[in-house]
Design a protein around this ligand. Structure first.
Ligand SMILES: *Cc1c(COP(=O)(O)O)cnc(C)c1O
Length: 448
């Protein structure tokens, strides 16, 4: 009669587990073996007639626990959705130069806060600043963790317990719980709403300035549109009446494009240069939206205001790390060298021609021997250009159950994220960086 006493001890199993110990370390391997033994005991008590597994089978059971425990959760995926800045898929993929700069900053010591000339402490704030000054003409810049923290920091530093005037049409929620009124509350700025949801006039601002006001904020409606019976002054006009009242203007651009998206067949997204030209005192935007860099918040504009922002205690709490600064600087250099379309993946995707997209979709169809090439639409996404699409060609696959097929694609060793439309699975070449890899996955799933 087999009994639980026939089970090998943990010590005995450890002797045969040298490979696992080498890969996972002794303490974790021990945990896995104990768990495997517990499971086997429980199973044996329930169904003793099934007998006990061999020592090798026990080790295999422990190995599968170890694999599960150490499996990375942040995995690369192939984005075949055609959404260029897919927030859930990590927004902007980075340029080779940005990746190389980040790797270099990560691997060794760096001049993060060190002045090589003087041989003494320097400032991390200098890193992307000169490039941003050159690109935009702004007097000064500060880089923080993301744009949400840039807004919070600017409000806290410039308008603590003071009035901030903002149009009712701009009290937006960006997503992930980032709501302009809530951020104001956190910064302890006093929200002063002017105008109505659809109509806002210069006189609304002017009346608000009758009481002492620290700041006017404009928040870009990144993810929705107001259409119909609407009216809103130009940014330049708002700046003019604000400056007449001695009030600085903060423009939260969200995406902060440095290039004009209209040149690529997309709707026009306000650019950083336009805001500054309109006379805005401070502009803030994300590093990983239309800039195409790593997650960051960029705040730039008048030096006296930036200096105040830098001195605020929150600035330390939300500062950018060295890896971000390295990647951001490398990304900005692409703009300086007039090569974003060639080097920055999201601009490369936006500048793809319909012909190029069609050729790729047709190549995919030929390689797979199935599907049809259809005209469809790609979007920018990521809180940029709401509702705005641009034409593309997709490979549409007719599969038995599209949802099951999508699931299989997600479960592939290189997961593929795609979308369905009219019971077809659509694959958009625009956002796919590695066609060969995609085809390998598709062939595998189609033949399974
Ligand atoms: C996206 C966005 C933010 C938040 O930016 P993160 O970099 O994601 O923190 C803030 N304001 C606007 C207008 C945005 O579009």
């Amino acid at each position: 009669m087999t009994s639980l006493r026939d089970l090998p001890s943990v010590e005995q199993l450890l002797q045969g587990a040298t490979q696992l110990i080498e890969t996972y370390g002794r303490p974790l391997t021990l945990d896995a073996l104990r768990l495997a033994l517990d499971e086997i005991r429980t199973r044996f008590r329930a169904t003793p007639e099934a007998g006990l597994p061999s020592p090798d089978a026990i080790l295999a059971q422990a190995a599968s626990h170890l694999l599960a425990w150490t499996k990375p959760t942040l995995l690369p995926v192939i984005n075949a959705t055609g959404v260029i800045l897919h927030t859930n898929l990590g927004r902007a993929p980075l340029s080779r130069a940005a990746v190389a700069a980040m790797k270099e900053a990560a691997e060794d010591y760096s001049t993060l806060e060190y002045d090589l000339e003087k041989g003494q402490r320097g400032s991390r704030l200098t890193h992307a600043e000169a490039t941003l000054q050159k690109l935009t003409g702004a007097e000064a810049a500060v880089i923080v963790n993301n744009n949400a923290s840039a807004v919070l920091l600017a409000l806290a530093a410039l308008a603590h317990k003071k009035r901030v005037v903002i149009s009712r049409s701009q009290l937006v929620e960006i997503g992930g719980g980032f709501r302009v009124p809530d951020v104001m509350k956190q910064s302890q700025a006093k929200l002063v709403e002017v105008g109505t949801t659809n109509k806002i006039r210069l006189s609304d601002y002017q009346s608000a300035f009758e009481e002492p006001t620290a700041l006017v904020m404009r928040a870009h409606r990144s993810n929705f549109k107001i259409i119909g019976f609407t009216e809103e002054p130009e940014l330049g006009e708002i700046v003019e009446v604000a400056h007449q009242a001695g009030v600085p203007v903060l423009d939260d651009l969200g995406s902060g494009a440095l290039l004009d998206t209209a040149n690529y067949g997309f709707a026009h997204e306000p650019t950083v240069q336009e805001s500054l030209a309109a006379g805005v005192d401070l502009v803030c935007f994300s590093g990983d939206k239309l800039l195409g860099g790593p997650q960051a918040g960029i705040l730039l504009g008048k030096k006296d205001l930036i200096d105040k922002v830098r001195k605020h205690p929150l600035a330390r709490a939300v500062r950018a790390d060295k890896i971000c600064l390295a990647g951001l600087t490398a990304t900005l250099l692409h703009y300086l060298k007039d090569e974003p379309e060639r080097e920055i993946p999201i601009w490369r995707m936006m500048s793809l021609t319909l012909d190029q997209l069609k050729v790729r979709a047709e190549t995919w169809r030929a390689e797979l021997g199935q599907g049809e090439v259809l005209k469809s639409e790609s979007t920018v996404g990521g809180g940029s250009l709401p509702e705005e699409c641009v034409s593309t060609y997709v490979l549409a696959l007719n599969v038995g159950s599209p949802d099951k097929f999508l699931k299989k694609l997600r479960q592939a060793s290189s997961p593929v994220i795609a979308r369905t439309e009219n019971d077809k699975v659509l694959l958009d070449p625009r956002t796919v960086l590695n066609d060969a890899l995609l085809l390998r996955v598709l062939k595998g799933v189609l033949s399974s």
